[in-house]
Structures are given as structure tokens and as C-alpha cells.
Design a protein. Sequence first.
Length: 381
Amino acid sequence: MLVHYESAAVKELLGTVSWDFPSANTKLSIHSMHPYPARFIQEIPRALIELFPPPPGTSVLDPFCGSGTTLVEAQNRNIDSLGIDLHPLACLIARVKTCPLTGDLVSEGSLVANRAQRADVPVPPIPRLDHWFQPPVQKALASIVGAIRAVADESLRNALSVALSRIIVRVSNQESDTRYAAVPKIVSADFVFSEFQRSVQLVSTLLSERFETMFRPNAGVRVVNADIRAVPERALTPVGLVVTSPPYPNAYEYWLYHKYRMYWLGMDPLAVRRDEIGARPHYFQKNPHTDVDFVLAMKSAFVVIADTLVDDGVACFLVGDSVIRGRKVDNLSLLSEAARASGFELLGMTTRRINENRKSFNRSIGRLKHEALAVFGRAER
């Protein structure tokens, strides 16, 4: 049986969109809620959902959902969606972006700050804490974390956690979100509490604008914190469209970008580093990963996609090249090899120019100017 979207039709549809989106700006949208590296610009999943709408009764799947851009765009169109990601902080952010609050976040944030200022909470045993955080900052953060955990309402507790996570790099000795180096800073406990309350106000404003002023969701959104290669079968649902940007070799160090945010929120960044596909440490260890490791990881992902994607659905991947020890790696070719192993074929692809202002912990990414948008479907049977 032929796929619903034949190759010529896919190529024609892709040609109807100018994929560079040079004027794209997430600074005033829900996606500005929390920093996240290599995030989709919202225009890409929005356009793909419009070009390849999932059949009735199916969902949109993002198997590497990150902070939830695809899920937001599906929800905006009242289409059910499922997001899966290994990164626990990413899943937390995605849940907050797609979940209306069931209480007053600003009032709850003020209560949390007041309780925290009066509390004396032990500082958790986080590695190299004194290097990255001054003692008054440590005590303030520990108190805020403790007060947030005591909040009964899950939607408020999650949103407060995201608000705290937003400021952790700012109140640390880390130079910036994209520069992992310690620099001298003068940061007081009072500054931590005031920044937390400002952050709560921003998160509240963004969520209010989305869910009260602009949008009231009817679609279901599920976010699963799991490795797509081992996601529980019970978490899966019939999928009509996959829209994702997978991690790829030596590109972005997601675990490092959010390392101390995860530590403070009780998450394990080292587990993320261990299991993260394409993480930079894998390619610079004693027995480094190779192209074969990436293909094997993506084969496992496509096995899950094959089990859940309906016959006339398509899987859209945005992927760039990598640079490993000075060697350029064609990740689209590796991805296509992995897809073929599960009975998929490349129906069409196009390229887009990468915004030159995008920053990363891995400076080699800055030399890459384009990335590929590839659409896969089931091969002819």
C-alpha cells in the first residue's frame, strides 16, 4: 500500500513555505517562559501541522519534545498531543506551558517567598556548590525549594518550580546561560527572593495571556519523562503526525545547559548525561561513540514511531549536521539509514538557514549555517 502522502505531493507542500522565518521572535510568547537550547521556533511545527494535519482520532507526537513547542502548537489547534523526553526539566517546562493554572500563581509565589525568608532549610549536597553559588544564595535557594515542595496544588507547584529554575543561572556565579564559566558576582539573599517573585510574575503573565486572554484549550496534552527508546507501551497512543528535532552527535549539551537547575530541583543531570543521545561527553571519552551509535539510537526511536504512527501519517524531523573532531557529520543521511530499518522512506526534504544569533555551549555549531527538514513516511508495501 502506498503512503497517503506520496513523494511528489510532500515536495510540493514543503515548497509552499519559506522555512527560514527570519522575523521569528519568541521573546514575547509562551516560549520565552524559560531558556532552552536549540528550541524549535514555533513557526516550524505550526507550519508542519497545517501542511500534514493528523487524521481524526490520532495525535501529534514529539518523541524529543524538549520544552514543548510542538505540543503548544498542536494544543493551539485543538489537536491532542504526546511529548516524550529524557530531560526531566524539559518535561516540567512543557507541562507548565500546556497546563492552565488552577489558582493564583502570584499570590502563591508571595506566600512561598515569605515562608522561605523565615525558614532555615539545610542546603542539599550538590557537587561544587561553593564554586557556583555564594553561601547566602545557597540558603535562599534551599528555602525556596522547600517552600515550593509544600505547595499542594500541582499546577501551581510546577509553575513555581519553573519560575525558580529561570533565575538559578542569574543568581549563580555562572557567567551566562550560554557561557559555562564562573565569574565573580555580588548576589545577596534579598536579590534571590526579589528575582524569584519577579520571575513568578512573568510566568503568571505568560500563562494568563495564553490561557485566559488568547486561548482556552480543549485538546489533551500528555508529557512523558522517558527515553523514547524505552518508553512504556502504555504511554503510547495512535499518532497521525510526528514533528520533532532530535538530539544529534556533539551538538547541544542539554544536560550541561541545565545542570544546576536540575540539581536544585532534585533532578539528576548525570543520568541525563549518561543516557542523552549525542551528548558531547560520549564523543570524547576513552572509547568514543561513532556514527554507528547515533544510527542505532535513532533505529530504536523509529521502532517506537513505527509502532504508533498510522499508515497514512508522516514523521517530520528537523536536523542539522555535526562537527566531531573537525569532521563534518551528515546527520540526515544517518537518520535516513535509521528510518529505512523500520520501513520508512524519505518522502521529501528542504533546507533552512539557521539564525546566526543562535548561541550554544558547543561553539562548533556556530559554523553550521543550514539545517534540513525531512519528511518520512512508510515505504511502499
